[in-house]
Design a protein around this ligand. Structure first.
Ligand SMILES: Nc1ncnc2c1ncn2[C@@H]1O[C@H](COP(=O)(O)OP(=O)(O)OP(=O)(O)O)[C@@H](O)[C@H]1O
Ligand SMILES: [Mg+2]
Length: 254
């Protein structure tokens, strides 16, 4: 099965300085793949590079099996939707116009998130954080993307809203075959919706697991990589049993 998006040996960063090293990662059709890691691990840099916003410094990114160096707008035309870390609602525009300018039918968005119905005439800037993210995700999924990249979709949102957003991503993967790569701080929640997991630390993939295994080992993963002690300045933790050192990194089996 061909990956909808894949990185092989990718170094990525800003200017000539890589902050992500030897990235091997793949997302298949219909899969939700979760990228976990502490602050500064390189998750956003990874998303920017897979989306075409940042050129890779080494290695190759593939979309639907073909290597690509295309910028984001061309990858978007080839079926990629990218939800960035910053909330991307147009604040002065109504929710309805936010959808329309993304080419998305408000009826689709309301079917996905019924609570948006009452907000359609409201300006984006006046929506709650949860409503803004539902609108953002509806706009991204309403294009029926083959690839969804979502960076911290649920940052700062109430637990119930986090579940709604993750469930919508799961549904798009299961029902429409979207391949989704999501960066999530709510690891425990995200693992309930994901098929596979990559753990990134200090710019490298250190674990590649299926979600069931990651759920079983979440305590260990949190202690080794996700707690405050695993930040970029911390000493490298000892590899957890089964951890995949990046140079021999094995992309988890689809
Ligand atoms: N625009 C930039 N220019 C130079 N270095 C950057 C830039 N953005 C991020 N970095 C550095 O790249 C490294 C990885 O950052 P990145 O934002 O990818 O991490 P992250 O895993 O997304 O963290 P967070 O959980 O805080 O969002 C960090 O050391 C960061 O300081
Ligand atoms: Mg980030």
């Amino acid at each position: 099965m061909t990956a909808v998006v894949e990185a092989k040996g990718v170094d990525a960063g800003y200017g000539a300085q890589p902050v992500v090293h030897g990235l091997d990662l793949e997302v298949h059709e219909g899969q939700v793949v979760c990228l976990l890691g502490p602050n500064g691990a390189g998750k956003t840099t990874t998303m920017l590079t897979l989306s075409g916003e940042l050129p890779q410094l080494a290695g190759e990114v593939y979309m639907h099996g073909a290597p690509t160096h295309a910028p984001l707008h061309r990858r978007a035309r080839a079926g990629l939707s990218y939800v960035t870390e910053e909330r991307s609602v147009f604040k002065g525009m109504s929710a309805r116009d936010n959808l329309r300018c993304g080419g998305v039918d408000p009826v689709y968005a309301i079917a996905l998130f019924p609570e948006l119905e009452k907000c359609m005439g409201t300006r984006g800037g006046l929506l709650s954080g949860g409503e803004q993210q539902m609108l953002t995700l509806a706009r991204a999924l309403g294009r029926h993307p083959r690839v969804l990249l979502a960076d911290e979709l649920s940052l700062g949102l109430a637990p119930l809203v986090v579940d709604r957003l993750l469930a919508a991503v799961r549904q798009a993967a299961t029902e429409s075959g979207t391949g989704a790569l999501i960066v999530e701080q709510h690891a425990r929640k995200a693992l309930r919706y994901a098929d596979r997991v990559y753990v990134m630390s200090r710019g490298r993939i250190v674990m590649a697991l299926d979600a069931a295994e990651a759920r079983a080992r979440l305590g260990e993963i949190e202690t080794a990589y996700l707690s405050g002690a695993a930040g970029p300045e911390a000493a490298a933790p000892p590899p957890a049993p089964g951890a995949v050192p990046a140079p021999q990194g094995r992309p988890a089996q689809p």
